[in-house]
Design a binder for this molecule. Structure first.
Ligand SMILES: Nc1ncnc2c1ncn2[C@@H]1O[C@H](COP(=O)(O)OP(=O)(O)OP(=O)(O)O)[C@@H](O)[C@H]1O
Length: 268
C-alpha cells in the first residue's frame, strides 16, 4: 500500500503526567478504508493517545500525521476532515438534537436534500426520532451517545475517531452503528476506535493494536493475532492472547481467590 493511502501515522509518541507514563513510545498507522482498534485494559493509555491525535494534548515525544496534517498547527482544517466521538457524551447539553444538527449544518456548511435525507435515515435507524426535540441533557447515556455518533459522521469525515463508541448502546444500536461504520469504510473512510473489550475489537476491526501500560504490545490483523495466539498453545484464542499480553490472565485468578478468602472470612 502506498504512503498516500496512510490516513494516520503515529510515530514513537510518549506522554507523561507528572510521574505517570500514560503513553510510552507508541507507533501505528491506519490505511484508507480500514477500521483500526486500539484495544487495552482500563488506564492503558487509549484516551491519551486519541487526545494527542486530536491535538487536545501535546506529546512529549514523537510525531503524528493525520491526513497529512499536524494535529495542533492544522487544528481548523483537521476539524473539518475528521469526526470525533468522545468517551463521555457531554457536549451541548442545553440544545435539543434538532438544534445541535442545525448548528452543525451551519458551521460545516452542510446543506441540501442529501444531508437532510442522510440525517433522517441515521435518526430513524438509531431510533432517535422520538427524542429529536428533547433537551440533550435529559437523554439517557446511550441516547446521548447515538446523537454524538450521528454528529460525528454527518459530514462524511475521512477519518472517524471514536473513544469507546459502543459503551452504553443497546444490542440493536450496536448492530446499526457497526453497519454505519462498514458503509463508511466501503466509501473509503477510515476509523480509529478504542475499546477494552476483545469481542468488540474482533467483531469490528480490520487490524488491532493491543495496548498495555502505554505500550503497543501487539499489532496486526485478526488472523495474524490468532496465529500468534496459537503459538502459545493449541487451545489459545484471541481473548487469551489479549489477557496474556496485558498481564490480566493470572492476576484475575489471584484477585478472585483473595476476594473469596476475604469475603468468606468476613462471614465466619
Ligand atoms: N490529566 C491527567 N493527569 C494525570 N494522569 C492522567 C491524566 N490523564 C490520564 N492520566 C493517566 O494516564 C493513564 C492512561 O489513561 P487513559 O485515560 O489514556 O487510559 P485508557 O486506556 O483510555 O483507559 P480507560 O479504558 O479506563 O478509559 C492512566 O494511568 C491515567 O490515570
Amino acid at each position: 500500500m502506498s504512503e498516500s493511502n496512510i490516513m494516520l501515522k503515529v510515530e514513537h509518541i510518549s506522554k507523561s503526567f507528572e510521574n505517570v507514563h500514560a503513553v510510552n513510545d507508541l507507533s501505528f498507522n491506519i490505511k484508507k478504508g480500514e477500521i483500526y482498534g486500539l484495544l487495552g485494559p482500563n488506564g492503558a493509555g487509549k484516551t491519551t493517545t486519541i487526545k494527542m491525535i486530536l491535538g487536545l494534548l501535546e506529546p512529549n515525544e514523537g510525531n503524528i500525521d493525520v491526513l497529512g496534517l499536524h494535529p495542533e498547527r492544522d487544528e481548523v482544517e483537521l476539524k473539518n476532515r475528521i469526526g470525533y466521538v468522545s468517551e463521555e457524551p457531554l457536549i451541548y447539553k442545553s440544545l435539543t438534537p434538532k438544534e445541535l444538527f442545525n448548528f452543525i449544518a451551519s458551521i460545516r456548511k452542510l446543506q441540501g436534500e442529501r444531508v437532510s435525507e442522510k440525517l433522517a435515515q441515521y435518526l430513524d435507524s438509531l431510533g432517535a426520532v422520538e427524542y429529536y426535540e428533547r433537551l440533550i441533557s435529559t437523554l439517557s447515556r446511550g441516547n446521548k451517545q447515538k446523537i454524538q455518533i450521528i454528529a460525528a459522521i454527518l459530514h462524511d469525515p475521512e477519518l472517524l475517531i471514536m473513544d469507546e463508541p459502543l459503551a452504553g448502546l443497546d444490542a440493536k444500536s450496536v448492530k446499526v452503528v457497526k453497519e454505519i461504520l462498514e458503509l463508511h469504510t466501503q466509501r473509503g473512510g477510515s476509523v480509529l476506535f478504542s475499546t477494552h473489550i476483545m469481542e468488540v475489537a474482533e467483531d469490528l476491526c480490520d487490524r488491532i493494536g493491543i495496548v498495555n501500560q502505554g505500550k503497543l504490545v501487539a499489532d496486526g490483523t485478526i488472523d495474524e493475532l490468532r496465529e500468534k495466539a496459537q503459538k502459545l498453545g493449541p487451545d489459545y484464542d484471541l481473548e487469551d492472547i489479549f489477557l496474556k499480553l496485558t498481564d490480566q490472565d493470572e492476576s484475575v485468578n489471584e484477585i478472585i481467590e483473595k476476594l473469596r478468602a476475604t469475603m468468606n472470612g468476613n462471614h465466619k
